[in-house]
Design a protein around this ligand. Structure first.
Ligand code: BEZ
Ligand code: FE
Length: 293
């Protein structure tokens, strides 16, 4: 029987006594550190009973609002900087390889495979942007057949998974690099948008005087055999909010210039009938470490 009643005794009973005998070392480490820090937080702020009840209600609401289209737990992780911290603590990538950033809640499986240079737009709206570059390994050798999974928000600020008025695959697609490692697609110049702010995360942002905006970006997740996958963004160098991203995801190496181009430009992609932009983003993938059996 636990007979702890003083605060330190309660913490000791949970952290040391209850988890001390856990036979799996990693589970023991995780549970002991989690409860130690949780108890430390409660003790430091002298959490009141009604505050803890409100916290539990917020967690319940987070679960309630989460479904296949809305992931409020991911949003907490992103808005509290935990996603970026976990990413920063993950295995170090060799210098010069493409940096990763948040995946966010709007990636969806099953994007259509599209051909080199094709458009990802299946609905009107937005200034065309030709996105191109090369996928290489650490030695800068081209990787053929690397898969780029791309997704971006529309001019109404919504991703297709949030928007019942556009086709499911609007502004999404899978592209495979050529023999020379090249990839290209026609997207739209991205626009800033607010992360969903009508739930518990939005209330936290409002209560703390934080804004919900993300700077304009295109998501790309690149996968190739024998290489570490990277989920990253192409940020628009002229966007607002680059210095105050609501989810702390901007890295200078990912910020690129969208170059204005004209109708007369001989490189104008087919299907473009006005002014357009181009942006180059090369992806350098790290070698997958040899895994001991
Ligand atoms: C996104 O970029 O899609 C995103 C990332 C984190 C939170 C919300 C949205
Ligand atoms: Fe996004």
């Amino acid at each position: 029987m636990n007979e702890a009643s003083r605060p330190e005794e309660i913490t000791e009973a949970v952290v040391v006594a209850s988890f001390g005998a856990c036979s799996d070392a990693r589970t023991r480490e995780l549970m002991q550190a989690l409860t130690k820090h949780l108890h430390g937080f409660v003790t430091e702020v002298r959490l009141a009973r009604d505050e803890w009840q409100r916290a539990i209600a917020i967690l319940a609401e987070t679960g309630g609002i989460t479904d296949e289209h809305r992931q409020e737990f991911v949003l907490w992780s992103d808005a509290l900087g935990v996603s970026m911290l976990v990413d920063a603590l993950a295995i170090e990538r060799p210098t010069g390889t493409t940096e990763s950033t948040v995946v966010g809640p709007f990636w969806a499986a099953g994007s259509p495979i599209r051909r080199f240079g094709n458009s990802i737009g299946e609905h009107s709206g937005g200034d065309p942007a030709w996105v191109f570059g090369r996928v290489t390994n650490e030695s800068r050798e081209p990787i053929a057949g690397a898969e780029s999974d791309v997704w971006q928000n529309g001019v109404n600020r919504l991703y297709a998974v949030q928007d019942p008025d556009v086709p499911e695959a609007h502004l999404r697609g899978l592209f495979h690099s050529t023999r020379d490692g090249e990839y290209a697609f026609l997207g739209i110049r991205p626009t800033p948008y607010p992360i969903p702010a009508d739930g518990p995360v939005g209330r936290m942002l409002a209560a703390t005087g934080r804004h919900p905006w993300r700077p304009a970006h295109i998501h790309v997740a690149v996968h190739a055999a024998g290489c570490e996958s990277v989920a990253t963004h192409i940020f628009d160098a002229d966007s607002a909010y680059l210095d105050s991203d609501a989810v702390f995801a901007v890295k200078p190496s990912l910020v690129k210039q969208f170059v204005p181009r004209t109708l007369e430009d001989p490189d104008r992609p087919s299907g473009v009938s006005g002014s357009w932009y181009s942006v180059q983003m090369d992806f350098v993938l790290a070698r997958q470490p040899d895994r001991a059996e």
